[in-house]
Design a protein around this ligand. Structure first.
Ligand SMILES: Cc1cc2nc3c(=O)[nH]c(=O)nc-3n(C[C@H](O)[C@H](O)[C@H](O)COP(=O)(O)OP(=O)(O)OC[C@H]3O[C@@H](n4cnc5c(N)ncnc54)[C@H](O)[C@@H]3O)c2cc1C
Length: 459
């Protein structure tokens, strides 16, 4: 079977779908989406059962279809914030997105198909069920929506060895097996490990039964500053702190101290200076809860889990058969080198505005639909690699602010951004009469120029 299309989109995760959705809404083109997985949604198909979006559903997904109902959470540690969809809801949502795209008659989805590569405009995909290889002729471009593919514990290969006698499970298994263990060792420093610890605490595991292996401590954004719609004013207050800190600070440490003093960034242990920053978020009550876990091991990365001890880069700790080792060590968002997004025959989806993966892909789909040169498209879309350390915050913010400035000078792009449901700030104009919001906008405008200048200067 030979297939012909305008765009071959490799990867039907959130990024590929958000791109396809915006492109199809604006241009009379045909797209084919392929994915190795047998359903759309990417890594969300393999997440742990108790996962939820970290950000509100209100600005996640694709531009043309709402996710959730913009309700406020009524109880628990995120009470008062906008609802965050769980894994099943997200997967069902992406199934509906594919149905919607297919209903246009201009989109096809090939599940369980591996993109093998290609030359020029001819690409090969293998049907993983039959083994058959098909040629896809691409009239316009191939879209690489897997360049930043997300790695999750259920499907990744841990970087350390595990003795057969040790009990070791991906975080996904917790609900099934937790009752059989006395003690838990959570391996990983990122948001997944946070979710694992909170799940254990919520299920009656006393903090002193949990050991947390944290090779690096992490800075978290306060969830209060990432709320859309009626809470956009407090989000603006948080956002204004970024350029002010960048403009005034004399080095990275000073910058993070200022962001912490503003309440923009938070750390679990006030006595330990985090070196990791991954643009993820927590609420204050979540942070307080996590502080109850005191057995934190900071001896670098795990090298092996043996029957009676854990070997780490900088030492060892004892373990035993009563301990479940919970794997939360997958990298999550891949940190890949930034490359130009719009190439001659290939588009490589990457991050442009910080902390907004689906907004970025939707915007890139819109930009691709415009009749402008690739040079202009790339000017509007300077990519940054996913951040990993505190050193990455400056370049990420500088590129975000420069991109936003570029969008504001292009009426069509500015109009798409202003009306997109994926834009965290879309309700801002309706809240400009609030004094604290006005003050925050003023502060942002005052500092963003000096901040770009400061961050552009050689270190
Ligand atoms: C636990 C967790 C929670 C998160 N919460 C949020 C949140 O609240 N808000 C937010 O904005 N972001 C969140 N993220 C970030 C999230 O990763 C992105 O929002 C988004 O889901 C990433 O989608 P993607 O399409 O880029 O990547 P993926 O989901 O990894 O999809 C890439 C797809 O490409 C396919 N693929 C790769 N290579 C090939 C090939 N050769 N042929 C065919 N198919 C191929 C893969 O099978 C995969 O399905 C979270 C991430 C994690 C891990």
């Amino acid at each position: 079977m030979d297939i012909e299309t305008d765009y071959l989109i490799v990867g039907a995760g959130a990024s590929g779908l958000a791109f396809a959705d915006s492109l199809l809404a604006e241009a009379d083109v045909d797209v084919v989406l392929v994915d190795r997985r047998s359903h759309p949604g990417g890594h969300w198909r393999d997440v742990y059962p108790f996962v939820r979006l970290h950000s509100p559903s209100a600005y996640y997904g694709v531009n043309s279809m709402p996710l959730g109902q913009d309700r406020l959470i009524e109880s628990g540690r995120n009470k008062g914030f906008y609802e965050q969809a769980g894994g099943d809801e997200i997967c069902t949502y992406f199934e509906s997105v594919v149905e919607h795209l297919t209903s246009t008659g201009r989109s096809r989805f090939l599940p369980a198909h591996d993109h093998l590569g290609g030359e020029g405009n001819e690409h090969q995909v293998r049907d993983l069920r039959s083994g058959d290889v098909h040629t896809v002729r691409v009239r316009r471009r191939v879209v690489d929506a897997a360049y930043l593919e997300t790695s999750v514990p259920a499907t990744h290969q841990p970087s350390f060895t595990v003795a057969p006698e040790a009990s070791f499970e991906p975080v996904n298994a917790l609900p099934e097996v937790a009752d059989s263990f006395q003690r838990f060792t959570v391996v990983g420093s990122g948001k997944t490990s946070v979710d694992a610890c909170l799940w254990l605490l919520d299920h009656g595991v006393a903090p002193d039964r949990i050991r947390w292996i944290r090779p690096r401590d992490m800075w978290f954004n306060d969830r209060a500053h990432l709320q859309p719609l009626d809470q956009v004013g407090q989000t603006m207050e948080g956002i204004a702190c970024d350029p002010e800190a960048a403009a005034k600070a004399h080095d990275i440490t000073d910058r993070f101290e200022r962001l912490e003093a503003f309440g923009r960034l938070m750390r679990i242990d006030p006595g330990v200076w985090p070196t990791m920053y991954r643009a993820t978020m927590l609420s204050q009550p979540e942070l307080e809860e996590l502080r109850h876990i005191e057995d934190v091991v900071r001896l670098g990365r795990v090298r092996s889990i043996d029957a009676d001890r854990l070997v780490l880069d900088d030492g060892e700790v004892p373990t035993g058969s009563e301990v479940l080792h919970v794997d939360c060590s997958a990298i999550g968002l891949r940190v890949s080198k930034a490359v130009p997004i719009f190439g001659a025959d290939r588009i490589v989806l990457q991050q442009v505005r910080y902390g907004s993966p689906t907004f970025n892909s939707g915007l890139l789909g819109f930009i691709e639909s415009r009749d402008v040169s690739d040079e202009d498209k790339n000017r509007l879309s300077p990519p940054y690699p996913h951040p990993s350390s505190i050193e990455d915050w400056g370049p990420m913010m500088r590129l975000t602010w420069m991109a936003e400035l570029g969008w504001s000078q292009e009426p069509e792009v500015a109009s798409w951004v202003a009306s997109s449901r994926l834009n965290l700030m879309r309700a801002l104009p309706e809240h400009l009469d609030e004094p604290h919001t006005q003050e925050a906008v003023g502060r942002y405008l005052e500092y963003v120029g000096p901040a770009i200048e400061r961050l552009s200067a050689p270190a």
